[in-house]
Design a protein around this ligand. Structure first.
Ligand code: HPA
Ligand code: ZN
Length: 362
């Protein structure tokens, strides 16, 4: 019998690849395939080194030996914005991102996307961008037999005026493909508070809310996201552990934390995965889930995060089962779809554990 609470074992990539997974925190703009970028660069004759894949890689991925700082991490998105050139490209990258998740045995993917970033080159309005992503996601969902929810994101380092237009378009589509809103961007230098009324009103209008907080800013930003924004979920939130009162509040709030360990390492939030706070958050009663954030920028799959969580960060297979079920229970889905997901994912997880045991996959 596979010991779900075993902390001493190390397990293979194959083991975690086979398990059914859920991801609540993945940015479309950070999910592009390098091969697709090379094709786009070539066919649009972009002033980019498209005939030199290693050079392009360095512009869009965090590579070993680079500074692990949030500035370097964010700098990749400046190059990435050059690729969102037409509605057809946005349609394609949405489909590919969902296909890549399905191929990694992600059963439910919540993908967030930033209409301002995706529309910037051709000045495509937010409504149009949202409709393109919704349509592409619907097609990909059927093709790859995966469940998805879409979250519209905005950056706190960009203007409130832009955010207002984006939120209006998202609220108009709350029963038509859009489940929630996200506030992302440069948390170290730009406050969230100016966005509180806008996002609070959208939440009253029926959109769920997740806020990036306690990543590049301190525990006080998690408190702000919970108290001022009434966030349903927190993006990252790992720096909550710097303040004991904030930890108590986070646990009591019942909010779900979308933890992204490799992103945290590469953007300088933690210096080493072996000391990453995810296990301590869980032990303190905070609801945690495991996510990739920007799998293209980090050159990872969700399976990679499961391997590290177990082999490096001391989460047991039982802890990962709980994180997966908490992700299902706090997915931005309607009641019946959520119950369905919780049921199915729990059953499949246990079936796969039995199969892995019979086949002696470690
Ligand atoms: N934090 C804030 N903004 C972002 C991130 C992140 O981890 N990834 C993409 N945009
Ligand atoms: Zn993020």
């Amino acid at each position: 019998m596979i010991e779900l609470m075993d902390t001493n074992s190390t397990r293979s990539k194959k083991f975690f690849r086979i398990l059914p997974k859920i991801e609540l925190h993945r940015h479309l703009e950070g999910s592009l395939r390098l091969s697709t970028m090379l094709e786009i660069a070539q066919s649009f004759d972009l002033d980019l080194p498209y005939s030199d894949p290693p050079f392009l890689r360095q512009l869009v991925q965090v590579l070993p030996g680079e500074p692990y700082t949030y500035r370097n991490f964010l700098s990749k998105f400046k190059t990435l914005r050059l690729f969102y050139r037409t509605p057809e490209i946005i349609h394609r990258i949405t489909q590919e991102a969902i296909g890549d998740a399905a191929e990694d045995n992600v059963r439910h993917l919540e993908m967030r996307f930033t209409p301002v970033a995706l529309g910037v080159i051709r000045q495509i309005p937010a409504e149009e961008i949202i409709d393109i992503v919704v349509t592409a996601a619907e097609e990909a969902r059927k093709k790859h037999q995966i469940s998805t929810s879409l979250i519209v994101s905005m950056n706190r380092h960009e203007s409130l005026h832009l955010a207002e237009k984006v939120v209006r378009a998202a609220v108009d589509r709350r029963n038509d493909g859009i489940a929630g809103l996200d506030l992302a961007g440069d948390e170290a230098n730009f406050p969230a508070a100016p966005f509180a009324d806008l996002l609070g009103n959208a939440r009253k209008d029926g959109l769920l809310l997740t806020i990036h907080a306690g990543e590049w800013g301190g525990a006080e930003n998690v408190v702000e996201a919970l108290q001022l924004f009434k966030a349903d979920r927190i993006g990252h939130g790992v720096r909550v552990m710097e303040d004991a009162d904030a930890v108590l509040l986070a646990a009591e709030s019942g909010a779900t934390f979308e933890v992204c360990p490799t992103s945290n390492l590469q953007s300088g939030v933690c210096s080493n995965l072996s000391t990453h706070p995810m296990k301590r958050m869980m032990d303190a009663g905070i609801k945690v889930t495991l996510n990739t954030d920007d799998p293209g920028v980090s050159a990872i799959k969700l399976t990679h995060e499961y391997v590290n969580a177990h082999n490096v960060m001391q989460l047991t297979v039982g802890d990962l089962r709980k994180a997966t079920l908490d992700a299902a229970q706090n997915a931005f889905l309607n009641g019946s779809d959520r119950r369905h997901l919780v049921n199915n994912i729990g059953k499949e997880f246990d079936q796969k554990i039995k199969i892995l045991e019979n086949e002696k996959v470690i």
